[in-house]
Design a protein around this ligand. Structure first.
Ligand SMILES: *Cc1c(COP(=O)(O)O)cnc(C)c1O
Length: 431
């Protein structure tokens, strides 16, 4: 499979090169040259296929011959060694739980897949790749866990000081080995800017082979389509139009769902559920794309002012806003509304959501009020214990820590404080 840069000023790329480089040389995001729907036979036999078989068939065209069938099957199988259950909450609303992986957020899927692809490409080489990743919370932990001990890969994670939850901070600062955490005096946008600047900094790029593990990387982004497929398989017997409400920040997850749709999965519509960082909600209302600095909220993994994957979503809809509007709705909710929703979900169904899932629930409710005969699935993108303070406060209940969290919570944090780009750069030059 060939990938082209959405900035259209760079040569086409192989899958391997796109994974190794993250961004194209013209700073554009890579996008698959073609997307071929899966055949009828695949959909007829869907019930008989395991998750790994579905995922393998879906991803194969995006990898092509670059990873042999047996190796790719193994990568997929290792990536997906946990469950993706659906829980029905109320009439027309279910949640897809994406938090059963090692760091209890959906990003485990993309991080595990990407780490294994890089490990495969490095299998016979002594070259070292440095993965640079900015995190607003969950990416760091998922990447740290996914890449721990992978041959030929060092990981540097930048996170905003004081703006991730305690559990999230422990998940990205306690593993050691090939994982290094940098605590940045700033916001997530500052972290992301430092990463972007590093990729353009010849002093660094001449010394280090840098790549990114944010959802701009095709190997992080594309495997996120898998669980939309698993959800469809579980719900298709309902015979209702299926709509996904996706709590969105950088819009990689929802964009991967749209790839599942392109591959032929009959998904009726998507809802981008946002917190007050709502550039896309406003775009669909006003036709003007007006990014703003990010605002801190209780659903911090969605505190993104200028979502990097939105350009891919536009490409998928021929850069036509009316085509886009027919497939995507977007709503934005405040922290107060989110807390009220957490409380309401708990009192109505006894279900404890996390703040991101609660935003997804609110989006589902808003859409359902105008489209009563659909089944809306909101993605539970993280486990509630990752946001313990907020959730315990709202539901007034102590939550038992799952084993994955217990394992890190008492470990000692190891992070280097950096106050600006220059400090970050000199750290990297000595690295
Ligand atoms: C990353 C993240 C999101 C946002 O996903 P995007 O792909 O960036 O839109 C939502 N919820 C949680 C818990 C996350 O970690």
């Amino acid at each position: 499979m060939k990938y082209y840069s959405l900035n259209k000023q760079a040569p086409d790329s192989s899958f391997e090169n796109a994974v190794r480089k993250g961004l194209a040389p013209d700073r554009g995001l890579y996008f698959p040259e073609q997307i071929t729907p899966l055949n009828e036979n695949f959909f007829e036999k869907l019930d008989e296929l395991s998750n790994s078989e579905i995922a393998f068939k879906a991803i194969q065209q995006f990898v092509g011959e670059e990873i042999p069938k047996g190796d790719l099957e193994q990568i997929v199988e290792e990536t997906l060694n946990f469950d993706f259950p659906i829980v029905d909450l109320e009439e027309g609303i279910s949640t897809l739980e994406l938090f059963h992986g090692p760091t209890m957020a959906f990003k485990d899927v993309g991080a595990r897949f990407m780490a294994r692809c890089l490990g495969y490409f490095n299998r016979n080489s002594d070259a070292e790749v440095t993965v640079l990743v900015a995190t607003s919370g969950d990416t760091g932990g998922a990447v740290a866990s996914g890449f721990l001990g992978v041959k030929g890969v060092r990981v540097v994670i930048l996170y905003p000081s004081g703006k991730v939850s305690d559990v999230q901070e422990k998940q990205l600062t306690t593993l050691g080995q090939n994982i290094t955490a940098l605590e940045v005096d700033g916001t997530f946008d500052d972290c992301q800017d430092m990463v972007k600047k590093a990729f353009l900094d010849i002093d660094l790029t001449s010394k280090l082979e840098l790549t990114s593990a944010n959802s701009i990387n095709v190997a992080r982004w594309l495997p996120q389509m898998f669980y939309f497929m698993f959800a469809y398989k579980q719900l298709k017997a309902l015979n209702k139009p299926i709509v996904f409400s996706v709590p969105s920040g950088n819009f990689g997850n929802i964009c991967a769902g749209m790839i599942a749709q392109k591959l032929g999965f009959p998904i009726e519509h998507f809802i981008a559920s946002n917190n007050t960082n709502n550039v896309v909600t406003r775009f669909l209302e006003t036709d003007t794309y007006d990014p703003q600095p990010s605002i801190q909220t209780i659903s911090n993994a969605m505190d993104v002012g200028n979502p990097s994957n939105f350009i891919r979503i536009q490409a998928l809809h021929n850069n036509d806003i009316n085509t886009l509007k027919s497939n995507l709705s977007s709503y934005s909710f405040s922290d107060d509304e989110t807390k009220t929703a957490l409380d309401k979900i708990y009192s109505n169904s006894g279900y404890i959501a996390d703040p991101h899932g609660a935003v997804g629930y609110l989006g589902a409710k808003a859409y359902l009020s105008n489209h009563p005969n659909t089944q809306v699935i909101f993605l539970e993108t993280a486990h509630p214990t990752k946001f313990l303070d907020v959730v315990e406060d709202v539901v007034s209940k102590k939550i038992e820590l799952p084993p994955q969290i217990k394992a890190v919570i008492d470990q000692k944090k190891q992070a280097t404080f950096v106050k600006d780009y220059e400090e970050f750069k000199s750290f990297m030059l000595k690295f």
